[in-house]
Design a protein around this ligand. Structure first.
Ligand code: UDP
Length: 241
């Protein structure tokens, strides 16, 4: 079931349900893409109609970010819970490992995807790393041709947002992959370049605070985020009879 939060229609799924849905997409012999919007996405999508359409056109729209969960609750349409991009990525890697299959990593700075791939294959020996490419290419189509030549089943697209979602919607079906997932800075975490918040912080819904502590330069970007809560409150008040 879909629930709309500030124009973006989320799949209302627990992490376990999201894994099942993702695993089913990975079995189907056609292209699918998954997006993991956080509050920043919602603010961008408000001003960028193409981005909004790309998000709502995805096969799975997962609520990453505690701000989305709070906004949904404030609006009066609560979601079951958070499904983080990194958690979903881990789960899809386990699925691919179980069935055996080909993984392609697209994005991040040169050298990062290689290191992430090396570490992933160490943990998931049934996965074939069929290719990697950094995210600072000039020509989108050229990047696509390299991906398609590698014939992946699962493709992680980590170019930052909204670039990665637009890339998937535009080029994804030509890659030959069954499932592409837009995952932001996840390759940096998989490669050990960026540390994920410890579990206590995650469980308290404070991952954003940990990130801010580690990367204080994000403060400017993050200062806009409470705005989504204010907008959600405005929407709730408008709905009152
Ligand atoms: N990135 C990229 N190409 C670009 C811009 C960014 O590959 O043109 C990468 C960047 O190196 C980082 C990732 O995209 O690995 C996402 O960065 P960020 O942490 O800003 O995204 P978030 O996780 O907040 O969505």
């Amino acid at each position: 079931m879909k629930k709309e939060v500030l124009g973006v229609c989320f799949d209302d799924l627990t992490r376990e349900e999201a894994v099942q849905a993702g695993a089913a997409l990975l079995e189907e012999d056609k292209f699918h893409y998954v997006v993991t919007p956080n509050p920043e996405f919602l603010l961008t999508a408000e001003k960028d109609r193409e981005f909004l359409q790309v998000l709502n056109g995805a096969d799975l729209v997962l609520a990453d970010g505690i701000g989305v969960i709070y906004s949904a609750k404030i609006q009066g349409t609560p979601l079951k819970g958070r499904v983080t991009g990194i958690g979903f990525a881990e789960d899809m890697l386990s699925c691919l490992n179980r069935r055996g299959g080909r993984l392609y990593l697209l994005g991040a700075k040169p050298g990062v995807a290689e290191e992430a791939g090396r570490r992933i294959v160490e943990r998931h020996p049934n996965i074939t790393l069929c290719g990697v490419q950094d995210g600072y290419f000039r020509d989108e189509e050229e990047a696509l041709l390299k991906v398609a030549a590698a014939r992946p089943d699962l493709l992680f697209v980590c170019l930052g947002s909204p670039k990665q979602e637009k890339w998937m919607a535009r080029w994804g079906r030509h890659t030959g992959a069954r499932l592409a997932v837009g995952l932001g800075g996840v390759l940096d975490v998989f490669a050990g370049r960026v540390e994920r918040a410890p579990e206590v912080w995650q469980n308290l819904g404070l991952e954003w605070a940990y990130r801010l502590k580690k990367e204080p330069w994000r403060a400017g970007r993050m200062a806009r985020l409470p705005l989504v809560l204010v907008k959600a409150a405005g929407k709730r008040l408008k709905q009152r009879p």
